[in-house]
Design a protein around this ligand. Structure first.
Ligand code: PMP
Length: 456
């Protein structure tokens, strides 16, 4: 392969763009602007690199959507797909059926997750996993004779997916707007976002205030009405919110004391991204239920799932009745075969450790941008990080959305050959876990130059 990705195939970009505008309804995109500018069409990937249909090369510093953990173009994963596809492309896990890759994946995950997260149910992605987790929490309490324990505690800035239940757990109002009514029974607490919510407090005092808020909420609502608390170990899409170290152990202790289940959403943080195999290992906590997706297959095929503790499973398996929950593609054999091979790569290549090491280096380099008047905060863990931009560093005032900072930064970074997520007041970065320090430096330099172009 050469630097421009001069490919085996040639593409007619203009024709693809025309058809896209005529027929694609893009998710999470400005549909009106897309009609004007058209899409950027990616044709090929290898390692951390992507090539568009005109042969221009980019570093994929967002790993697809925080999910291409092992990088692009892995022949082993394409082989796993083909081999299982030829052997048995589909057979369900409903009605007591199973396939070898489904069973082997469940067993492998049980060996990897901490604690007694020993039983696995599969889905096609993150939202389905969180729907499943919430339903299992309610089902568990119903079977235990407490059918009123149904409410779900979540946090603002949380992202748990856009299916209706997951959307209600999500705490980013932009995703709610004009899609109402949302399912009731979801309560949003303050996120552990020290930069904006910890004003005038030490980190310890901030954690104490969040714990107090949780206690007060439980008091007000009644522990006998609350099924579970759901949270990402590190909030991702909401703004890469890394909690103070004491936060999770303190929250988990309160929940345990009040008999409220803890659901951890490891959709982004799972499979190496934060520097440990799972985000929960950064904080030494084990949930009752875990949801995962994305990195489990590095996005090569859609797969998600939930793990439940033996304590939960024993209650679910007690009555002589059918567990009336499942998706057609729960435990898709091709997806499970890819997941097994993908996890093997993550382990063999020590990708969690690499994420920790290169991530720490990259966050250190990005932190040098704090000298600039418009860079308010740089945060992250492993290879998930964010640069927060402010109009005024003293007051932390946000930029006027009319300035279209996100759009301008997106153009500037793409021009320099890097793909990152440019929000109206931040840049989120989440490269494949195979990233080298040299590649990290290239990304940081491109971000620095793009900021100079747009903000001076
Ligand atoms: N949870 C988290 C933490 C996520 O980041 C996402 C996706 N960004 C989801 C759930 C939803 O996953 P999906 O888009 O596969 O439904």
């Amino acid at each position: 392969m050469n630097q421009t990705g001069a490919a085996q195939e040639t593409w007619n970009t203009a024709d693809l763009v025309r058809k896209d505008k005529a027929h694609m309804l893009h998710p999470v995109s400005n549909l009106r602007q897309l009609q004007e500018y058209g899409p950027l069409v990616m044709a090929r990937g290898e390692g951390v690199y992507l090539w568009d249909t005109d042969g221009k090369r980019y570093i994929d510093a967002f790993a697809g959507l925080w999910n291409v953990n092992v990088g692009h173009g892995r022949r082993e994963l394409a082989d796993a797909m083909r081999e299982q596809g030829e052997r048995l492309a589909f057979s369900p896990t409903f009605f007591g059926l199973a396939t070898p890759p489904t069973i082997e994946l469940a067993a492998k995950l049980a060996s990897l997750f901490p604690g007694d997260l020993n039983y696995f149910n599969f889905t096609s992605g993150g939202a389905e996993s969180n729907e499943t987790a919430i339903k299992i929490a309610r089902y568990y309490w119903a079977l235990r004779g407490k059918p009123d324990k149904v409410k779900v505690l979540s946090r603002m800035m949380a992202y748990h997916g856009i299916a209706m239940g997951a959307l209600s757990a999500t705490g980013i109002p932009a995703y709610w707007q004009d899609f109402g009514p949302r399912p009731a029974g979801f309560i949003h607490l303050t996120p552990p976002y020290y930069y904006r919510h910890g004003e005038g407090m030490t980190e310890d005092e901030f954690v104490d205030s969040l714990v107090r808020e949780l206690e007060e909420t439980i008091q007000r609502e009644g522990a006998d009405t609350i099924a579970a608390f759901i949270g990402e170990p590190i909030q991702g899409a909401g703004g890469v919110v890394v909690p103070p170290d004491r936060y999770w152990p303190a929250i988990a202790e309160v929940l345990r004391r009040h008999d409220i289940l803890l659901i951890l959403d490891e959709v982004i943080t799972g499979f190496g991204r934060t520097g440990t195999l799972f985000g929960m290992q950064q904080y030494g906590i084990t949930p009752d239920i875990v949801s995962f997706a994305k990195g489990v297959t590095s996005g090569y095929v859609p797969l998600g799932g939930v793990g439940v503790s033996s304590k939960i499973f024993d209650v679910l398996a007690e009555p002589d009745r059918v567990f009336m929950h499942g998706f057609t593609y729960s435990g898709h054999p091709v997806a499970c075969a890819v997941a097994l091979r993908n996890i093997q790569i993550i382990e063999e290549e020590n990708l969690a450790a690499n994420a920790g090491e290169v991530g720490a280096y990259m966050i250190g380099e990005l932190s040098k941008l704090l000298e600039r008047p418009y860079v308010g905060n740089v945060r992250g863990k492993g290879l998930m990080m964010l640069v927060e931009l402010v109009a005024d560093k003293e007051t932390k005032a946000k930029f006027d959305p009319a300035q279209n900072l996100g759009g301008r930064l997106q153009a500037a970074t793409r021009k320099r050959g890097i793909i990152v997520r440019c929000n109206p007041d931040s840049i989120a970065i989440a490269p494949p876990l195979i990233l080298t320090k040299e590649e990290a430096s290239t990304v940081v330099e491109a971000i620095a130059d793009s900021l100079t172009e747009v903000l001076g």
